[in-house]
Structures are given as structure tokens and as C-alpha cells.
Design a protein around this ligand. Structure first.
Ligand code: CAA
Ligand code: FAD
Length: 386
């Protein structure tokens, strides 16, 4: 077997976690992938399994029901799940790196005690920032919050919300004081039963088993205690958490690229044309070498960003680079994997085409590739533009 080429090291705990996610993915996800893609629906048994295995609260403290592992561990879970299915991977990613982390970082002690245990063991979360008229320009959001005597009143609509079909807890960004521009944006923890209406479910090109829905808020009463953090600081929480979350999406795309590569390469050494295995033609071998190198470079960028974040060092530019590049690599690797399998690769039968459909989302959510380029470019201008 090929030896890992990187100096990058993982702890024993991280290696054990990787093995247990691989086992879960083989046992629970592999048998369900095609059916879930065709039905455009996540099997609830997978969500329960993810909770039971402790993959849904990777960083949360043990006394609050979590696994109390490193940020890199959360990244490992996302990468390993994406090797098999990007939909399962993003479900876990949104729950861990966006929802749990925001609650851990900014909720009051009371709120943490109330919500982190259920977010660790049974209730799925969603992160609701985007709206029909504000995607990249996220801070132009129109959802409004009004402060009343003993509650906030939420009105507006969110669009594209991952996990919304199954979630029971929503982190919702709304503007409490539009006169302050984006400095009025405030984050609320809203339970579904407070009145969140789950509206249109999108029919998508890829990650079809992951639910993506519109949410409507029509005079939804949210208790004052469910303010997350401080009024007017929601915009900071949103972008700070997205900086971290982008490392998660980078990991999803690295896993997806590796999964597609591994699903296709082996068969090229079996399939014969012109009297020999097609994988032995130099034209094919050069492509294997290029894609393998591209995946390794994306993986190194991703884990580098993860460790920087973990060590409390600046990581925003590195996260943007990792997300942008991994998304490019995932599209290229999964496209090549289809071609290596010839006509079979184009059929739904062997499941390589699904990786390619799923890969497209990496360049769109948690900030499009242009938004990542803008983020990187801002740092370059600061460094060289004096
Ligand atoms: N890190 C930290 N702070 C940042 C930042 C970053 N990357 N980018 C901007 N900011 C801060 C600025 O410092 C500034 O704050 P202060 O006023 O306190 O100094 C504030 O944000 C506004 O800055 P700008 O005017 O430069 O920013 P903007 O309004 O032009 O755009 C942005 C800011 C909305 C964050 C934009 O850059 C962006 O990232 N858009 C993409 C939105 C996004 O990622 N949405 C994802 C939704 S969730 C999702 O997609 C989940 C999923 O699918 C699975
Ligand atoms: P737009 O912002 O309208 O962008 C259109 C095009 O213009 C893009 O190519 C973009 O790169 C480009 N562009 C925009 N501004 C600039 C600029 N300044 N410079 C150069 N180019 C620019 N959101 C959530 O809040 N929570 C979720 O859970 C969530 N899940 C999602 C799941 C899926 C499957 C999808 C498709 C989206 C999800 N989103 C979610 C929303 C996602 O974050 C947005 O779709 C994304 O940020 C882009 O916004 P937009 O779709 O409005 O595109």
C-alpha cells in the first residue's frame, strides 16, 4: 500500500476516530447512498446513527453530552463521511461546525446547559443566514426582529437552509435595528415548535439527500432568553463561524475527491483495451498522478487551516484558500473519475457520476468561490498594496 506522503500528524485519538467513522460509513451509509440520492431523502436511521456514535457533538464538552475532541477531529468526520456520501457529510458538518460551535462560543451558561445536551444526542440543527435577496451579500438580510416586553418577534424568510427538513433547532439571523445597518444583525436560537414554517424544499443537482428548504417566520415569538450572545453582534458571529465552517466544506470536498478517485482507479487495472489494462496506458497514469497530487495539496491546505485555527493563530485566508482549492479539485477529480470508467462512469449504476454532481456545491455554499477569492485578495492587498 502507498505510504502517506505528508509530515502532517494526527493524534492517536484522531486516528481512532477516523477508523470509527470509516466503519460507520461502510456499514450504515454505503448500503443507503443510491436509494437516498434517488429518493432525495436522508434515511432517519443515519441521523440517529450519527448521534449514537457521538459524531454530532465532536467538540462539545463531555459533561454536556459531547465527545470533547479537537476541531481537527470534526474535520476528520466530515472528510470520511464525504468519501462515501457528501449529503451525510454536510448534515454533520452544519450541525457540528456551525450550529454547535456557535452555541458553545456565544450562548449563556443556562442556554448551553439547556441546548447542548440535546444537540449532542437527539435534535438536529440548522444555520439560517441566507435569504432570497441576500446570499453573498449576507449582511443585507431582510428578516426583522422586534423586541417586545418578554419576547422577540421574528418576521421574514430564509432560503437554502440545509437540514431544515429534519431540524428542530434553528440559529436564525435577523436585524433588530436596521438603522444600524449590519450592526443590527442579531442571532436567535429558535425551536421549530415556536412557529418556524418549513416551506419549499429544493430539488437539486447534487447532495440530493440533504434537505434544503425555505423557512418562513410570521410573527414567531422567541423568548428573550433565546437571544444568542449579544444584540447587534450577530454579523460577527456569522462570519467568524463561517471562517471555521469553510474548513469543514474544504474537508467535505477533499473527502469527495478521494472517494471518487478510489471508486474509479482500481477498475482501470482490470478493464482491458488494445490487449492491456487501460490503467497501464501512460496517458491514464499521468492523469492519476495529477489528480492524486491535486487531492493531496487540497488535503494539506485543509488540515493546515484546521491546525492554525486549533492553535489560535490567524486562519481566515488559509480557510478560504482551502475551500476554494478543494472545491476545484473535487470537480476535477470526480469528472476525471467518470472518464476513467468510460461509458460505465456515465451511468447511475456504479455511482461515480453522483460524486461529480455533488462536487458542484463546494463552489457555492458557505461563500462562493468568488467570495473565497475576494477574501484571499483582501489579505494580499493588505500585505502588498501599500
Ligand atoms: N472574517 C471576519 N470578519 C469579516 C470577514 C471575515 N472573513 N469578512 C468581513 N468581515 C467583517 C468586517 O471586518 C466588518 O466588520 P466590522 O464592521 O466590525 O469591522 C464586517 O464584516 C463587514 O465587512 P465588509 O463590508 O468588508 O463585508 P461585506 O458586507 O462586503 O461582506 C460577508 C461580508 C457577508 C461576510 C461576505 O464577505 C461573505 O462572506 N459572503 C458569503 C456569505 C456566506 O458565506 N454565506 C454562507 C451561508 S451558510 C451556508 O452556506 C451553510 C451551508 O451551505 C452548508
Ligand atoms: P449570489 O450571491 O447571487 O451569487 C451569484 C454569483 O455572483 C456567484 O457566482 C457569486 O460568486 C457572484 N458574486 C456575488 N457577489 C460577488 C462579488 N462581490 N464579486 C464577485 N462575484 C460575486 N445558507 C444558509 O444560510 N444556511 C444554509 O444551511 C445553506 N445551505 C445551502 C445549501 C445549498 C444546497 C445551497 C445551494 C445553498 C445554501 N446556502 C445556505 C446558501 C448559500 O450560502 C448561498 O447560495 C451562497 O452564499 C451564494 O448566494 P446566492 O445563491 O444568493 O448567490
Amino acid at each position: 500500500p502507498l505510504q502517506p506522503t505528508s509530515l502532517f500528524t494526527f493524534t492517536e485519538e484522531e486516528n481512532m476516530l477516523r477508523e470509527s467513522v470509516q466503519k460507520f460509513a461502510q456499514d450504515m451509509v454505503v448500503p443507503r447512498v443510491r436509494e437516498m440520492d434517488e429518493a432525495e431523502k436522508m434515511d432517519p436511521a443515519i441521523i440517529k446513527g450519527l448521534f449514537d456514535q457521538g459524531f454530532m457533538a465532536v467538540e462539545t464538552a463531555a459533561d454536556l453530552g459531547g465527545a470533547e475532541c479537537s476541531f481537527t477531529s470534526a474535520i476528520i468526520v466530515i472528510e470520511e463521511l464525504a468519501k462515501i456520501d457528501a449529503s451525510v457529510s454536510v448534515l454533520c458538518d452544519v450541525h457540528n461546525t456551525l450550529v454547535n460551535t456557535l452555541v458553545r462560543k456565544h450562548a449563556s451558561e443556562e442556554m448551553k446547559k439547556k441546548y447542548l445536551p440535546i444537540l449532542s444526542t437527539e435534535k438536529l440543527g440548522s444555520f439560517a443566514l441566507s435569504e432570497p435577496a441576500s446570499g453573498s451579500d449576507a449582511f443585507a438580510l431582510q428578516t426583522r426582529a422586534e423586541k417586545k416586553d418578554d419576547h422577540y418577534l421574528l418576521n421574514g424568510s430564509k432560503m437554502w437552509i440545509t437540514n431544515a427538513g429534519e431540524a428542530e433547532i434553528f440559529l436564525v439571523f435577523a436585524n433588530l435595528d436596521p438603522s444600524k445597518g449590519y450592526k443590527g444583525i442579531t442571532c436567535f436560537l429558535v425551536e421549530k415548535e415556536m412557529g418556524v414554517q418549513i416551506a419549499k424544499k429544493e430539488q437539486k443537482l447534487g447532495i440530493r439527500a440533504s434537505s434544503t428548504c425555505t423557512l418562513n417566520f410570521d410573527d414567531v415569538k422567541v423568548p428573550l432568553a433565546n437571544l444568542l450572545g449579544k444584540e447587534g453582534e450577530g454579523y460577527k458571529y456569522a462570519i467568524e463561524i463561517l471562517n471555521e465552517g469553510r474548513i469543514g466544506i474544504a474537508a467535505q470536498m477533499v473527502g469527495l475527491a478521494q472517494g471518487a478517485f478510489e471508486k474509479s482507479i482500481g477498475a482501470t487495472y482490470q478493464r482491458k483495451q488494445f490487449g492491456k489494462p487501460v490503467g497501464e496506458f501512460q496517458g491514464m497514469q499521468f492523469q492519476f498522478a495529477e489528480i492524486h497530487t491535486m487531492i493531496e495539496s487540497a488535503r494539506l491546505l485543509t488540515y493546515n487551516a484546521a491546525r492554525l485555527k486549533e492553535e489560535g493563530k490567524p486562519f481566515t485566508k488559509e480557510a478560504a484558500m482551502a475551500k476554494w482549492w478543494s472545491s476545484e479539485v473535487a470537480q476535477k477529480a470526480s469528472g476525471s473519475a467518470i472518464e476513467w470508467a468510460g461509458g460505465l462512469g456515465f451511468t447511475r449504476e456504479i455511482g461515480i457520476e453522483k460524486y461529480w454532481r455533488d462536487s458542484k456545491i463546494g463552489a457555492i455554499y458557505e461563500g462562493t468561490s468568488n467570495i473565497q477569492r475576494l477574501t484571499i485578495a483582501k489579505f494580499l492587498q493588505k500585505q502588498y498594496g501599500q
